[in-house]
Design a protein around this ligand. Sequence first.
Ligand code: BDR
Ligand code: CA
Length: 334
Amino acid sequence: MVAGTKCESLVRYALVDCDPGVDDALALTMGFASPIFRYDAVTSVHGNVSARLAYRNARRFVSFLRDHLESSVPDVPVYPGATLALDGSRMSRSESRLIHGPEGMGAMFDDKRRLRRLGRGSSKPAWEVIVEQAASRGSALTIITLGPLTNLALALRRAPGVFSRVKRIVVMGGAARMPGNVTPAAEFNIYCDPLAAKEVFSSGLPVTMVGLDVTRRALLHVDEFEGGGSFRAALRDLIKVYARFSRKRRDAGDITLHDPLALAVAMKPDLVKTVSCRVDVDTSKGIARGMTLVDLRENRGSRVKNPVDVALDLDVKRFLTFFISHLRKYRGWE
Ligand code: BDR
Ligand code: CA
């Protein structure tokens, strides 16, 4: 046996597909501070912001995180992704601007000192990198999607065969027993590209849906961002607009950690309880567009075709402790 081979085979890899976005950025913050996964690639996609801004924000933010980590993390390249949904539609961004700020990162980059470097980029499209990673990392790879599912659906269309060995796909999106957040029926990521979501949920691959049923309970009080050093101050600016929106909408002093929860579930699956069931998506242009139809009828059991593990319950306290413990690892948090 070649020296190190055994260890190598135990390494777990993750690919994060995201549309930063404030909570996407918080998810990357948690993920990069953990040794659980090694990251070879981050892919970006349209959603909270245009694809161009998502790509730029991800590159800036990855580089910002690297500058503040005690341990040296590799310079993870970011890849540009889909600009439109599979059906050619484009989401209005007026509400996203109110939630994530005009350029998607709250007030984080108003301070120009935080823009020192643009992290590594590439001209290779996101879907191609997803296919390559699935082929090369196989069962060691977990894919986490924090935005619309367009990149992943394109990758599945191009090379369905290579995904059969992938360990798991964790999707932040949808709602089983809850109303939506962008319309009464639909959650934002699914609404942005319902067709892509339908293709992923019906793929027969091991998919976990981390939707509003659990993410709506992942609430972190903004006081956690008070005080501390320059890193904490940057995150305080990052969440400024997002927190203001929460205060107006829900009269609450906390923020919802949608995307960090999805990545945390990939890292620590027992943070949530799931049920295995069929998930369909309304791809019409009608009032239920983007709704995830989660079949929670009893006694479906082994008859379910292409089941998805849908998260319905969350250990809130454990998750919040897990999340904060990773933020503490950054230089300038204290
Ligand atoms: C999802 O929508 C986006 O605004 C967030 O980044 C998250 O991925 C929550 O519905
Ligand atoms: Ca997101």
